[in-house]
Design a protein around this ligand. Structure first.
Ligand SMILES: [Mn+2]
Length: 473
């Protein structure tokens, strides 16, 4: 249980003196007598590694030393016959480094005693169970009613900012698990490339890939697999996966395994019939160039904002090369014409959650990359088949100004004004090259920022046209 021990120690160094309260996830009902497979809450797991539902953790911190108290489900032979083995209080103490363990049922009774003398109490408001348990229990533990005789000096804080900062920097043990998740994911993608053929259904390719994930030890998927043939690649979160693959089309797969609770996140786009057509190749080469450049930007001191801006610049050059936009590179950027074809971010943090904890800003400034941060780099170009002619507004648009204005005016008023400005702006009609319509390409890798530069955990998934055609042929 080394990873959570390190995490608790790091948290204790930040808090110095105080108490932290966290809750596990619960079983979620699906439909009659059926439940969703249980997955532990990420914050709870990060600080305890406790695998079971219905648990609470109280971490008491004195002089920067953490003490773990766990409330867990009681052993119960009859329940265990139905639901599986429980670790119980002895498991919590012997195998999960709890100083003391208690019955889940006794939380309300015991918590006030544990919190006695602690003035700073950190709660995980992001957990649904905060509402369910702590609102009530903390009223007893930390009386706030000034008419009461026992008025407490305690102050409640949100744990979120602290734990997000900690989760942003991965320990060696965490990188090990991420690496394993990435290795498995790469194997699955390669298998999908080998297996996919015209006539197959998207879900069949998905099943082949996911079989490899599970066979290699993945507990579950990091997120629902996107297996998007042809035009479906232009739907960003497509995951119905029910269409049949057409001869000569591309297949975009955005899918990953979760291993040891850590998720990978990989996208590859490849030709169903083994060879890229010439227009597919043109779009693919551009996205690949942009993506490789993005990876090189994941270096200490640089920021995701800078990587994103560079991505937009190079991608806009690509859009001009491909004749997808009516004007030059400068206007494609300043008038945000690129947004027709690239409408998402360049990357996001990766870890226990596929969109992992951690903000992109520190005190209003872009966050600089540091050793141990893990991010995806995933540019794309999507040429929607439904828009053969696009009317581009001739209007300078600064994303920073738009954001500022939304803050000042409020979302509703600001977006109304934006629409009006767009309506009133002159436009230029542009015909999209016919052979590019319906092509969607995204390429995504998982990058660790290290003191020695970017480390690509998913580089073994074929990516150049030669590498891909060698596997798909
Ligand atoms: Mn992603």
């Amino acid at each position: 249980m080394g990873n959570s021990k390190i995490a608790r120690e790091n948290l204790a160094k930040q808090i110095k003196n105080g108490a932290v309260i966290l809750h596990s996830g619960s079983i979620v009902y699906r439909n009659n007598d059926t439940w969703y497979p249980f997955r532990q809450d990420s914050n709870f797991y990060y600080l305890t590694e406790w695998p079971e539902p219905d648990a609470h953790a109280v971490i008491l911190i004195k002089d920067s030393e953490p003490e773990l108290h766990l409330f867990v489900q009681d052993r119960n032979e009859e329940m265990e016959t139905w639901e599986g083995k429980r670790l119980g209080q002895s498991g919590a103490v012997d195998d999960y480094e709890a100083l003391k363990a208690y019955s889940f049922q006794d939380y309300e009774k015991i918590l006030p005693n544990l919190l006695r003398g602690f003035n700073d109490i950190y709660c995980d408001y992001s957990s649904n169970n905060f509402e369910k348990y702590d609102k009530k229990v903390l009223t007893h533990a930390v009386p706030y009613d000034q008419r009461g005789t026992d008025f407490s000096n305690a102050t409640l804080y949100s744990l979120q900012p602290l734990i997000s900062e900690l989760r942003l920097i991965k320990s060696d043990g965490e990188i090990e698990l991420l690496t394993k998740a990435c290795d498995i994911t790469v194997e699955g993608h390669i298998h999908a490339m080998k297996t996919a053929n015209a006539g197959m259904y998207e879900y069949q390719v998905g099943a082949e890939m996911e079989r490899i994930f599970y066979d290699r030890g993945a507990e579950r998927l990091g997120y629902p697999s996107i297996v998007a043939g042809g035009h479906n690649a232009c739907i960003l979160h497509y995951s119905t996966n029910r269409d049949q693959l057409d001869e000569g089309s591309l297949l975009l797969i955005d899918a990953a395994a979760e291993y040891g609770m850590y998720s990978s996140d990989v996208t590859r786009t490849f030709p169903v019939s083994g060879k890229f057509t010439s227009p597919q190749k043109d779009v693919y080469e551009e996205v690949l160039k942009v993506q490789n450049e993005g990876i090189e930007g994941v270096v200490v001191g640089n920021s995701m904002k800078e990587v994103h801006q560079q991505t937009i610049k190079t991608l806009s050059e690509s859009l001009v090369n491909l004749k997808l936009v009516p004007l030059g590179v400068e206007e494609t950027i300043s008038m945000m014409h690129f947004f027709e074809f690239f409408m998402h971010g360049t990357g996001h943090w990766l870890g226990l959650d596929v969109h992992d904890a951690g903000s992109n800003e520190v005190n209003g400034q872009p966050r600089a990359f540091e050793h141990g941060m893990v991010t995806t780099i995933e540019p794309g170009i999507y040429v929607r088949p439904t828009k053969p002619v696009i009317e581009f507004p001739l209007l300078e648009r600064d994303p920073n100004e738009i954001r500022e204005r939304r803050k000042i005016m409020g979302m509703e008023k600001a977006t109304k004004l934006e629409k009006e400005e767009m309506m009133n702006a002159k436009t230029v009609k542009h015909e999209i090259p016919k052979d590019l319509l319906g092509i969607g390409v995204r390429i995504e890798d998982d990058i660790v920022c290290t003191n020695n530069g970017p480390m690509n955990l998913t580089e073994n998934a074929p990516k150049t046209i030669e590498e891909i055609e060698a596997v798909t042929a």
